[in-house]
Design a protein around this ligand. Structure first.
Ligand code: SF4
Length: 80
């Protein structure tokens, strides 16, 4: 069972291959939802529901490029 029930994270394809951003996101997220992979930002699906809504990923990325979606709250967007 890998599907996250409560949280969804989307990274804009325009920045997802940015290695610097991938590294930054991997560093800032306290629950390891982002991973810097060979092709840029990877989402670690198994950790999604651990999200603590800290907004560090939003602050570390260009405005609007990373979205944290609260599936439990009618898909409301964190920080919106
Ligand atoms: S809001 Fe915080 S815990 Fe959630 S994905 Fe972003 S950095 Fe990780």
């Amino acid at each position: 069972m890998t599907a996250a029930l409560f949280i969804g994270v989307e990274v804009d394809p325009a920045v997802a291959s940015d290695a610097e951003l991938a590294k930054k996101l991997e560093e800032v997220c306290p629950v390891d939802i982002f991973k810097a992979g060979p092709d840029g930002v990877e989402i670690v699906e198994d950790n999604l529901d651990e999200c603590v809504l800290c907004e560090l990923c939003l602050n570390a990325s260009p405005p609007g490029t990373v979205k944290v979606i609260k599936r439990y709250d009618n898909d409301a967007q964190l920080g919106a």
